[in-house]
Design a protein around this ligand. Structure first.
Ligand SMILES: *Cc1c(COP(=O)(O)O)cnc(C)c1O
Length: 390
């Protein structure tokens, strides 16, 4: 047998294990230290009651012969596809139900989608970045070119001149930087993708954090996106589903190449290799899109965004450059030194844990990620400590 030796080309990620080790060493040496963790990229508030009630109801249905369900449609139940289509319709985006595929989360879809693309494609990825985009392509042996996200472009790079790409990754609002593309900027990417006959893989995992109608939640708000963009979304950050697992991917019927339809290929891929998300979780997901579920999830999102605002206010006072925070749980600040040195300094002087930007790519060096996913009081306390050490 022969193994996929592309796995040799993966860089070992020491980011979160190094953070854990450093925090462990520090707290062993300073048992009294009251450490506040603002490094987490996971939600901390529980599922809302609209969701848990819907899931309880679904559990009861599964326990009765008359309402029990076995295998469901691989691409998801129509009730959830319909709820998602209506959610998009409120923003003027029309989707057909068979363009909406329910999955167990965005990470799986981002990886699995690559089944549909030849190895011989050039992949354009922003740096810094959510590491999944890079690693899934390294595993397949695709050529990667990077586009620089920097302080100068507000961590919102535009299409590079004289560079060809076949697959383009975008994440807005962005993890790790919290930056959000405007409609004009997204339009430039859509035009670039259509010119190059490329496909944009648009990660909208944080769309629900956008608090302004002026900013696009979906790439399909942009003219021309239906011929070039796949949108991957998740209920992980929207509805606290990181442990519950549900997401969805939109594959428009207009994308095709070599006489093949991407939508038809994805349907075939999913019906062959996936047997659907469980009924109970899909009922919980449906509840997120009810008026009650929307109000409850938005209240959790407001809590996280308020945490980010507390950190942002201190950075404003201190005159430290940052982006994100406003339409995102992430604050991306300029630390003005090596990002691991800043990590150590923050841990030692403020007993606050964050994430060094270097862990997200070359352009992350000199920057640092703090998150609003923590407890409100603890975040205020951490922000106060930041103020005291500068
Ligand atoms: C958290 C996150 C996701 C969500 O992934 P799931 O597998 O749905 O939990 C997707 N993309 C980005 C950039 C994220 O930060």
């Amino acid at each position: 047998m022969k193994l996929n030796t592309n796995y040799r080309n993966l860089q070992t990620s020491y980011l979160f294990s190094t953070i854990a080790k450093k925090v462990h060493t520090f707290s062993a040496a300073h048992p009294q230290a009251d450490i506040i963790r603002l490094g987490i990229g996971d939600v901390t508030l529980p599922l809302c009651t609209a969701v848990t009630q819907a899931m309880h109801g679904a559990v009861d249905e599964m326990g009765k012969k008359e309402t029990f369900r076995g295998y469901g449609p691989e691409q998801g139940y129509a009730f959830l596809q319909t709820a998602i289509a209506q959610y998009y319709a409120r923003r003027g985006v029309t989707l057909e139900l068979d363009e909406i595929f329910i999955s167990d989360g965005a990470k799986s879809d981002l990886g699995n989608m690559l089944d549909l693309f030849d190895k011989d494609n050039t992949v354009l990825i922003p740096d810094p970045v959510y590491p999944v985009y890079v690693d899934t392509n390294v595993m397949d042996g695709r050529k990667i070119v990077y586009v620089d996200a920097t302080e100068e472009n507000g961590f919102l790079p535009l299409p590079p001149q004289n560079v060809h790409a076949d697959l383009i990754y975008m994440c807005s609002p962005n993890n790790p930087t919290g930056a959000v593309y405007t409609r004009d900027q997204l339009k430039q990417w859509v035009d670039y993708a259509n010119e190059h006959h490329a496909v944009i893989l648009f990660d909208a995992a944080y769309e629900a954090f956008i608090g302004s109608d002026d900013l696009p939640h979906s790439i399909y708000e942009i003219d021309g996106a239906r011929t070039c963009a796949v949108e991957v979304c998740s209920l992980s950050k929207t509805g606290g589903f990181t442990g519950t697992r549900c997401g969805y991917t939109i594959v428009p019927k207009q994308i095709s190449a070599d006489g093949l339809s991407l939508n038809a290929m994805w349907l075939r891929r999913q019906t062959t290799k996936f047997n659907g998300v469980n009924y109970i979780v899909q009922r919980g997901a449906e509840a997120i899109f009810t008026p009650e579920g929307q109000a409850q999830t938005q209240s959790a999102i407001a809590y996280y965004k308020n945490n980010a605002a507390q950190i942002a206010r201190v950075l404003d006072d201190l005159g430290i450059w940052y982006c994100g925070g406003k339409h995102s749980p992430y604050i991306w600040l300029k630390c003005g030194m090596d990002s691991w040195a800043f990590f150590d300094m923050l841990l030692e002087k403020a007993n606050v844990v964050g994430t060094p930007g270097a862990g997200f790519g070359r352009n992350g060096e000199g920057f640092f990620r703090l998150t609003g996913f923590g407890d409100a009081q603890r975040t205020v306390e951490a922000a106060q400590r930041l103020k005291e050490i500068f």
